[in-house]
Design a binder for this molecule. Structure first.
Ligand code: ATP
Length: 556
């Protein structure tokens, strides 16, 4: 592009010679040849420059997206609690594209334009300084008008980006939950809600266009003024014989050399405001504190007790300035290898939160979690989690096949036989074998092509395959019918024999044989022991048992 700019500066000078020579009656073949060569070089250099910039731009966007993706997956779970996943996706896709243009074409055009203008001014000054001053008074006026307008554009652009991210977030969520929307006949509400955002975006777009619409004419008006002044003043000087005709022509051509970059500056300033809006959020994402990478990587949970000591925990405030939600108070608990520890308690009493903490999803405020003598705070979270297999309440699935879901995060290779063995233990082998594509069958978005029970069995098979010494099950069998639950429970019982197991279960029948039952009440442990012990001596537990017994009898 520098070659293009330099060569393009010679074109008006060559044109001046061409006009002056043809005016004096000679045919300037050398000048014509030079003009043709200069114009061809300008065109080729322009095309090559455009291609190279485009290629660099795509590289920049890809790098930025790679960086962002790498960053996002390494952010702690707490970050995602505060974000809408669709909004994050929008930032990754749309905001990075906005930066593409600015990082390549606009920045380079600005630099090249700047050099062109300097070159043109130098040549013009040598040709005729009075006319140069005249031309630049027009440029100065244009510059002074641009400042405030670009500021307004930045403000609007920022609002557009935020609204777009919000809109994408809402849509993603609504489409995920389309069954909920339809079952509640909420299509009309979704329509209205979406239309409000669409209308907001339209209004902002119109505002932005209105400001942009006055920007370009303002610049061209200033340039037209300069052109007319040059033509009037230059024409008079040619008439008076103090200026060559060729020099006036060269001036007019140089005017475009100045005008085009100046117009590009105006586009640049409006684009840079756009990019500033986009980059603000991307920079904020890049600056987020990642989950700890440091710590002990040699975590061995084999035959080690898992202990929780004096643990307090509060979720961070949902909005700025809000109060954190205190959820766990002074938790003390030891889970022995080869034993099953069951956590029971009313809904919201903090059982799942404790599981999240055992998995190192959140940093704890006070107290410790230990595996043998190793403190979780001193271990690398990823290494710690490699020692655990976790089946959560809703058995989430990734988009892809049964195989992809089974092998999620697996480091060792597994044969199809291994996969079927795990599926068999989870009582899902028959279902998968009957699928037309077997292990390669697609599970659908969020596992939507599988039933709730099948998803749960697939999640259990995944945990079995992971073969980790610590097993963490959060209501892992709640979606299964009694017969399947019984069969899966016996497979799990086999698995639990050699592992440290923590189970959360609402249906107390499934954990009556647990080695240790721990009773939660409003974030505190209010008792622990065997089913018989607790049933006799712990009122919270005996009430839970009595309540469940009553509910079942009523259901029957
Ligand atoms: N990410 C979060 N941010 C803020 N508060 C949360 C978050 N997750 C859970 N809570 C709150 O923490 C408390 C304990 O929730 P938790 O899910 O641990 O209970 P639970 O005993 O597992 O309940 P359930 O049996 O219904 O699953 C609840 O009051 C809940 O509102």
């Amino acid at each position: 592009m520098l070659v293009e700019a330099t060569v393009s500066l010679s074109v008006p000078l060559l044109t001046r010679d061409f006009v002056d020579m043809t005016g004096s009656g000679t045919l300037p073949t050398t000048t014509i040849t030079l003009l043709l060569v200069a114009m061809s070089v300008e065109a080729v250099a322009g095309a090559v420059g455009y291609f190279m910039l485009g290629t660099a731009g795509h590289g920049i966007v890809a790098n930025m997206r790679r960086g962002l993706l790498g960053k996002l997956v390494r952010l702690p779970v707490g970050y995602f609690d505060k974000q809408q996943s669709g909004a994050l996706a929008s930032r990754m896709v749309n905001d990075t594209t906005t930066l593409h243009q600015i990082a390549t074409y606009h920045i380079v055009s600005l630099l090249v334009g700047f050099l062109t203008v300097i070159g043109a001014v130098a040549i013009l000054w040598m040709l005729d300084w009075r006319m140069t001053l005249l031309l630049f008074s027009g440029v100065l006026v244009a510059g002074l008008l641009l400042g405030p307008v670009t500021f307004v554009i930045q403000k609007i652009s920022e609002k557009v980006m935020n609204e777009t991210a919000l809109f994408s977030g809402r849509l993603t969520n609504l489409f995920h939950e389309i069954r909920l929307v339809k079952s509640h006949g909420a299509e009309e509400w979704v329509d209205q809600d979406g239309n409000t955002s669409i209308e907001k975006l339209r209004r902002l777009g119109v505002k932005e266009t209105a400001v942009q619409a006055i920007l370009a004419p303002m610049v061209s008006l200033a340039m037209m003024g300069a052109l007319i002044a040059i033509l009037g003043y230059g024409g008079a000087r040619v008439g008076a014989g103090t200026l060559e005709m060729g020099t006036l022509v060269a001036f007019i051509l140089y005017l475009f050399h100045v005008a085009i970059p100046i117009t590009q500056f105006s586009v640049f300033f409006s684009e840079i405001q756009h990019a500033l809006g986009a980059s603000k959020h991307l920079v904020a994402m890049f600056e987020e504190q990642e989950e700890r990478h440091s710590g002990e990587t040699q975590v061995d949970a084999q035959a080690q007790p898992l202990a929780v000591e004096n643990l307090d925990f509060a979720y961070p405030a949902r909005e700025e300035g809000g109060e954190p939600t205190k959820v766990l108070h002074d938790i003390n608990l030891t889970m022995q290898p080869g034993e099953v520890t069951a956590l029971v308690g009313a809904s919201g009493s903090g059982k799942s939160t404790l599981l999240s903490l055992l998995l190192g999803f959140y940093e704890t405020e006070k107290g410790r979690i230990r595996l043998g003598s190793l403190d979780l705070a001193e271990a690398q979270p990823a290494a710690w989690r490699r020692q655990t297999a976790y089946v959560s309440q809703d058995a989430p699935m990734i988009s892809g096949s049964i195989r992809d879901n089974l092998l999620l995060g697996c480091e060792q290779p597994h044969s199809d036989e291994d996969l079927f063995r795990a599926l068999k233990a989870a009582k899902l082998d028959g279902v998968v074998a009957e699928m037309p594509d077997g292990l390669n069958s697609d599970v659908g978005e969020q596992g939507g092509k599988l039933s709730g029970g099948q998803r749960q069995r697939l999640a259990i098979a995944r945990a079995i395959l992971r073969d980790a010494p610590v097993l963490i099950l959060d209501e892992a069998t709640s979606h299964l019918d009694t017969q399947t639950e019984y069969e899966v429970q016996s497979a799990l019982a086999e698995l639990m024999k050699t592992r440290t197991t923590v189970v959360v279960a609402h249906r107390l029948t499934t954990i009556q044989d647990a080695d240790q039952i721990v009773v939660f009440d409003q974030g505190r442990i209010v008792g622990s022991g065997s089913h018989e012990q607790l049933n006799q001596s712990n009122t919270v537990y005996s009430e839970l048992v009595a309540h469940q017994f009553k509910t079942r009898r009523q259901a029957a």
